[in-house]
Design a protein around this ligand. Structure first.
Ligand code: LUZ
Ligand code: MOS
Length: 750
């Protein structure tokens, strides 16, 4: 079944925040932000800006009736800066105007004096200065001290990975409406309606029940709207609260890129020790996480990085340390993978460096050390229902893994101007929010008297197809046509205390809650049917739009069944709740079972490099990915393809360049490149592992959103492999993205 959203999207019928212009008194909010990366605000002159025609008023932190604070985990972030600014693009003033043009004109006329303070953009420098969010954390297992002595080979190195702009199609935005009794209703492009509600409550100094947040759908998010949709919603709410008029704020593309956080850049040290046969005995790493100016979700992201430090490998002795460093860059935030891609890049780099020193193929080391069922991970959890080896073996048997490397050797012997390379990328990704508390969800299901069904959950649709999956769950429990089910907006008044739709868990958690609510209703309806058909409830099944008595074959149409339930005064609404069982994590010992289960798979990526120009193409990719029993394979295929390409973009062409002043010099769509149609014009073969039901998620399925992203890391090493064929003597570098410029410099190295 296709995603029902696609048709609306293509016809332009889908409604996003910026499409809403319903009231004549709508006011536009334009944000004035810091022009420097670090400094003390000395003076602001608004006189000229206030005289611009159409400007209604300009708000600063003194207009905030509640607390000027939006930090969700660590309370370190002001909504509107008071005295100090810590990154270029930090909001200082909110201009409220009759048009966007008037607001933008006013921005140009604001005179601000800022006394500059030293700018730090390098996390290692920040570490030396002691600018840390929290003390460092270390995860360890085995005895790394002793294990080094048993190694035949020990290799050390550095791996750098760059940030990544989310580049969702719909930029950040929100509209807030004043409602009676001093409340506000907020439409927001957020992954986390409750986060918006909670923060607005704090900003306005009113209770959460005075604030309703409603979300129809997002034009993409990728983590960028998990925490960072909130400030724009809070500013719109502040404006609406003060003016008693609706206020809309929608960022332009350039504002969005420059004002909001991205994927965290990591700078890491690694050390790996192996036996001569390739067996990894010990691994150590230190991650310097570039957090930007505010904590945002950084500490949670670092935790997920630490939890994925060994990717898909069993290593008996491990010690990994993570350090969250404040810098004067935009506050880096959630992005698909949430720290795991950064950590996996480091171990994969370590394996490449060891392979080169040992003169063996990286894939030999990779395969030899793959996790097996029941192996223990450094944080104490054991793998279960797990078979990474199977995905690797399928790459060999079905996608000619070994022959591919042979053919590449032949190609490279025959060609001097073009070189090919390949890499295998196994991925093991833990499913559940690492903060166990967040693994909960609610659903509210109504059946109306005509038999039509309405489903509300805490899940936010952002193009990933979660609504379609939830609809399928309801349709399957009731066994009715999906066309008679509607998925409602995500609304804090209907489903309260929602966790963000994040961590790949939207369908898992909200789907389970929906399933429970529907089962409750189905049981009530079966009882009604038993009464109508003079039977027992055990004999009744719901099937193909009917309630059927298995014994007699007598049946009742769904619509008649619902009408009869109503006439008997049976409750046709159900609220249900789901909390993932048996997960916990002890932060003192850094041990536990943080994940409900793991998703795994392997990718083979092949690249071709032009050794005169340094340009390259990804020519082929084959992916074997574990879906368990998919609810919707079309949607899941889209997630796997999209994740892989997005991961490739992070590793290759997407380059965030900040200068020493903390200015983003790739801050628009002409200088920041995402993979385009030509880039992605390669063969991508995808094979799903679907033979086993997953006992830990709805209808036997598995989460799919984030894990495929990390297959893209294979792209880096495939290109590097091609480069090494052209310049075998050059020392390996692990510094992503591997742009064509960097590729060319590698080729020129002696
Ligand atoms: N968000 C979050 C996430 O708050 N906790 C997580 O563990 C997580 N993991 C992936 C993506 N977003
Ligand atoms: Mo996310 S990185 O919002 O799952």
């Amino acid at each position: 079944m296709k995603n029902f959203d696609s048709v609306k999207h293509v016809k332009g019928e889908s409604v996003f925040v910026d499409d809403i212009r319903s009231r004549e008194d709508l006011v536009y909010g334009v944000v004035f932000t810091s022009p420097v990366a670090h400094g003390k605000i000395r003076n602001i002159d608004l006189e000229k800006a206030l005289s611009v025609k159409g400007v209604i008023t300009i708000l600063d932190h003194r207009n905030i009736p509640g607390e000027n604070q939006i930090g969700a985990i660590i309370r370190d972030e002001e909504l509107l800066a008071e005295e100090t600014v810590r990154f270029k693009g930090e909001p200082i003033l909110l201009i409220l105007a009759e048009s966007i043009e008037a607001g933008e004109e006013a921005v140009k006329k604001i005179n601000i004096e800022i006394e500059p303070l030293p700018v730090i953009i390098d996390p290692r420098k920040a570490f030396e200065n002691g600018n840390l969010i929290i003390p460092s954390r270390t995860f360890s297992i085995g005895d790394t001290g002793k294990a080094w002595e048993e190694c035949d080979v020990v290799v050390e190195g550095v791996a750098e990975s760059g940030g990544q702009e989310h580049f969702y199609m719909e930029t950040q935005g929100s509209i807030a409406f004043p409602v009676e009794s001093k409340g506000v209703k907020i439409l927001s492009s957020t992954q986390s309606p409750t986060a918006v509600q909670r923060t607005v409550s704090n900003i306005l100094g009113i209770s959460m029940n005075m604030i309703e947040v409603d979300v129809r759908q997002l034009g993409g998010a990728f983590g960028g709207k998990e925490d960072q949709a909130t400030p724009w919603a809070a500013m719109a709410a502040l404006g609406a609260f003060i003016l008693k008029k609706p206020v809309k704020i929608v960022l332009t593309r350039e504002e969005d890129i420059n004002f909001t956080g991205k994927r965290h850049p990591f700078s890491s040290d690694f050390k790996i020790g192996l036996k001569n046969n390739g067996k990894i005995l010990v691994y150590e790493a230190t991650y310097y996480q570039n957090c930007g100016a505010f904590a945002d979700l950084s500490t949670a992201i670092l935790e997920r990085a630490l939890l994925h430090s060994t990717n898909s490998y069993f290593i008996p002795n491990v010690k990994v340390t993570g350090i969250s460093c404040y810098t004067n860059l935009p506050p880096f935030t959630a992005f698909r993978g949430f720290g795991a891609p950064q950590a996996m890049f480091v171990i994969e780099s370590a394996i490449r460096k060891a392979a080169k020193v040992m003169s063996i193929e990286p894939r030999v080391i990779q395969k030899l050390n793959l996790l097996k069922e029941g192996d223990q991970l450094p944080y104490g959890m054991k793998t279960e229902n797990y078979n990474i080896k199977k995905s690797w073996d399928l790459l060999e048997s079905k996608f000619r893994l070994n022959e591919t490397f042979q053919e590449i050797d032949d190609f490279n012997k025959k060609n001097s101007l073009k070189k090919r390379g390949a890499a295998v990328m196994p991925v093991t990704f833990g499913i559940s929010f690492t903060n166990s508390i967040l693994n909960q969800a609610g659903a509210l299901v109504h059946i109306y008297t005509d038999g039509s069904v309405s489903v509300s959950t805490g899940a936010v649709e952002m193009g990933q197809g979660v609504n379609m999956k939830i609809l399928s769950v309801a349709a399957s429990v009731f066994s009715i046509h999906p066309g008679s089910i509607k998925i409602e907006t995500t609304n804090t008044g209907r489903v309260a205390n929602t966790s963000p739709t994040a961590a790949s868990s939207g369908a898992d958690l909200n789907g389970k809650a929906t399933e429970t609510a529907c089962i409750n209703l189905a049981e009530r309806l079966k009882k009604v049917a038993a009464g109508e058909l003079n039977s027992e409830i055990e004999n009744i099944i719901l099937k193909d739009g009917k309630a059927i008595d298995k014994k007699t074959g007598f049946s009742l149409e769904w619509n008649d069944l619902v009408a009869s339930a109503y006439n008997r005064r049976v409750n046709l609404s159900s609220q249900a709740f789901y909390a993932t069982p048996d997960i916990y994590f002890d932060k003192k010992r850094e041990k536990g079972k943080p994940f409900s289960y793991h998703v795994y798979g392997s990718a083979l990526v092949e690249a071709e490099v032009d050794i005169l120009k340094g340009t390259y193409e990804i020519v082929r990719a084959e992916i074997v990915h574990d879906l368990a029993k998919s609810i919707n394979e079309v949607i899941d295929r889209g997630q796997v393809e999209g994740g892989f390409i997005q991961g490739l973009g992070w590793m290759t062409v997407e380059e965030l360049l900040f200068n020493d002043m903390g200015f983003l010099i790739t801050g628009n769509s002409s200088s920041y490149k995402v993979p385009d149609l030509k880039f992605t014009d390669c063969e991508v073969g995808i094979e799903f592992l679907t033979d086993k039901e997953n006992p830990y998620a709805v209808m036997g399925s598995k989460a799919v959103g984030e894990p495929p992203f990390m297959y893209g890391i294979g792209g880096y090493f495939a290109i590097l492999d091609g480069l090494v064929s052209a310049n075998p003597e050059a020392e390996l570098e692990f510094n992503s993205p591997l742009t064509p410029e960097k590729a060319l410099l590698f080729l020129l190295k002696s």
